[in-house]
Design a protein around this ligand. Structure first.
Ligand SMILES: [Zn+2]
Length: 374
């Protein structure tokens, strides 16, 4: 992996390259964009280039493209995941702070920022000419953490570069924003996602679905398509989910909710093996969000069908089922049901009990009203 192999983010990387060539690199950057479009990959490979002791230079029509060499000591250590001048900051580091053992934080705790950024930032580089801090999920920095970071963002040591990665700019305080240079990362084209999925041998029909489902988030598409829950692929789960939904509410809501719970467990278990650094709670949330988004996508497709415009359907592989859902409803009703499902998505973020979320969603859909209020 190198900077030139980061996928479909030429514009963002171009901005960084031009600043580097002109010796005008900012010391604090805010990478903004949806999840899974390559913000972290770019930050990581940009760091590897900055730390490389033998940078390569390719002449391109847009100017010189600097990249890491891949063979110097710095690059080798970087590839091994233990470069002393590269600091990956994420909320689960709380485990390694004084007094943080056993905690599973929702926010990016101030102790992590204090012990892994503020207290370390003045230190000299050990292997390269720079130090780089990449703060993941900066949208989870609460006000206290952001305030603690301000001074570092304002006057970082000359050798130090800080990159905040964030999916929601409104979560960043104006004071944080104004101290960083903002680089925007756009969604990846569906066609490009299909192509990438093809390279990991995902069937075309399946690839089309994940590309549309992920709305330009290559990371999301790769994660779902590449997951192997025991006994059933995520794609098989999604097709069964849409089929069940099409026959709904003939099926019993509580049975359906139980099935969803079983599938959520299968998917989360498969994810735990793949993402050892992510907390179980976060994995469950990711799974629940995905399953509810599959339902929303099906309702959304049915609404598009009711309206009758020639939109692109996420479930183009299950148009018969979408038709069944559309037949039972009209656009207005579907819009209300979609809005209802979004309420359940919020519950996921608030860590409401999983079974309750699925049951409420399905009972509400079947017209049994809001059973426990929102
Ligand atoms: Zn190198």
């Amino acid at each position: 992996m190198s900077l030139s192999s980061v996928f479909c983010q030429d514009k963002a990387i171009g901005i960084l390259q031009r600043a580097f060539a002109a010796d005008k690199l900012a010391h604090a950057y805010l990478f903004i964009g949806p999840d899974g479009v390559g913000k972290f990959k770019t930050a990581e490979q940009w760091a590897r280039m900055l730390l490389c002791n033998n940078k390569t230079e390719h002449h391109t029509p847009q100017g010189i493209f600097y990249d890491s060499c891949g063979t110097c000591r710095s690059c080798e250590v970087f590839a091994g995941g233990a470069h002393p001048d590269f600091n990956h900051i994420y909320k689960e580091l709380i485990e390694y702070t004084k007094g943080g053992k056993g905690k599973t934080p929702l926010d990016l705790p101030i102790d992590v920022i204090r012990e892994f950024v503020i207290e370390k930032v003045a230190g000299r580089p050990q292997m390269s000419n720079a130090t780089v801090y990449v703060v993941q999920e900066a949208e989870r920095l609460n006000q206290a953490s952001q305030n603690a970071l301000l001074k570092v963002l304002e006057e970082p040591p000359k050798h130090c570069f800080i990159i905040l990665i964030c999916n929601r700019i409104e979560k960043m305080l104006p004071t944080t924003r104004s101290r960083c240079q903002i680089i925007r990362f756009g969604p990846v084209d569906a066609e490009q996602i299909v192509k990438q999925l093809g390279q990991i041998k995902v069937e075309p029909k399946e690839a089309q679905y994940w590309a549309a489902f992920s709305e330009g988030s290559l990371g999301t598409a790769l994660a779902w398509a590449g997951l192997e829950p025991k006994g059933k692929s995520c794609y098989a789960i999604k097709t069964e989910l849409v089929s069940r939904f099409a026959d709904y509410p003939l099926t019993d809501a509580l049975d359906f909710a139980e099935w969803l719970g079983q599938m959520a467990k299968k998917i989360s278990d498969a994810w735990v093996d793949k993402l050892p650094n992510v907390s179980k709670k976060d994995i469950n949330r990711r799974t629940q969000t995905g399953l509810i988004r599959m339902i929303i996508a099906a309702l959304d497709d049915a609404m598009k069908m009711c309206i009758g415009n020639d939109a692109v359907f996420v479930n183009s592989d299950q148009m018969n089922e979408i038709e069944k859902i559309a037949e039972k409803s009209d656009a207005e009703d579907l819009a209300a049901k979609i809005a209802g499902a979004y309420v359940n998505l919020e519950w996921v973020q608030r860590s409401v009990n999983e079974r309750l979320i699925f049951e409420e969603l399905l009972l509400k859909y079947a017209g049994c009203g809001n059973i426990i209020g929102s």
